[in-house]
Design a protein around this ligand. Structure first.
Ligand code: 13P
Length: 254
């Protein structure tokens, strides 16, 4: 399976900084045998897109979407609007949106389905918080989030979903050794794969499962060389374009 690395800038970089980031990143030597994408704030999509031009790397993605294509939904952005920027993928259900914006499993499911209908790949984020982790509820929580999100989706074709397992207790720790080791992540990824295969049959084998949580240039190879880990979703370590370039190169030394 071809691996994929996605940068999630979160709420960083307006149009000017996004354009500058892209211009530096485009000078980076990048591996050809992995996919690379950047999840960009909506307001910076135009600037990023114009800095990338016709280049196919990196893929342009968004971090959030609404589930209707137009209407009286003040402040929201529709899948059709994202499509105008040739957005290839969009994150849904990131734990920060679930926590700060009150996104529910039901909302995440509607967003994922609306994206697929518009021809955009949803990247569905799942993951347990520290309390659920300590109580031994991780498998149960992730299963609930995942089954709800993929309920109305098809599992194959160009808009097949990607899944990102992001244990909340391992996000932005700033430590080189993430509290969620590649081995810990692998166990959860195996569980996710089992659920996907049950739901989608053969197509479930090909859905890429990314790990996210304190991935950096030093540890990315350890994650990506572990079985069942098909990619990484990277927050902090993607904010510097040269460091992110290094991270992408380090990923393939595995
Ligand atoms: P960090 O890489 O900063 O831990 O963030 C992970 C994340 O939330 C990516 O979506």
């Amino acid at each position: 399976m071809r691996k994929i690395i996605i940068a999630n800038w979160k709420m960083h970089y307006g149009p000017m900084k996004a354009g500058a980031w892209m211009r530096v990143f485009r000078r980076e030597r990048l591996p050809k045998d992995i996919d690379i994408g950047i999840a960009i704030p909506h307001v910076s999509l135009a600037a990023a897109r114009s800095s990338i031009g016709r280049a196919s790397v990196p893929l342009v993605g968004a971090q959030n979407v609404f589930w209707q294509n137009e209407g009286a939904f003040t402040g929201e952005t529709s899948p059709a609007m994202l499509k105008e920027f040739e957005v290839a993928f969009c994150l849904v259900g990131h734990s920060e949106r679930r926590f700060f914006l009150g996104e529910t499993d039901e909302m995440v499911a509607k967003k994922a389905s609306a994206l697929q209908k518009t021809g955009i790949q949803p990247i569905i984020c799942v993951g347990e918080n520290a309390t659920e982790h300590k109580k031994g509820e991780a498998l149960k929580v992730v299963k609930r989030q995942l089954l709800s999100a993929v309920k109305g989706l098809k599992g194959d074709g160009e808009t097949a979903p990607l899944i990102a397992y992001e244990p909340i207790w391992a996000i932005s720790t700033g430590k080189q050794a993430s509290p969620c080791s590649p081995h810990d992540a692998k166990n959860m990824h195996e569980w996710i794969r089992e659920i996907l295969e049950k739901k989608f049959g053969k197509a479930g084998k090909n859905i890429r499962i990314l790990y996210g949580g304190s991935v950096d240039p030093h540890n990315v190879a350890d994650y990506l060389s572990t079985s069942h880990i098909d990619g990484a979703l990277v927050g902090n370590a993607s904010l510097d374009p040269q460091a992110f370039g290094l991270l992408c190169r380090s990923a393939v030394t595995a």
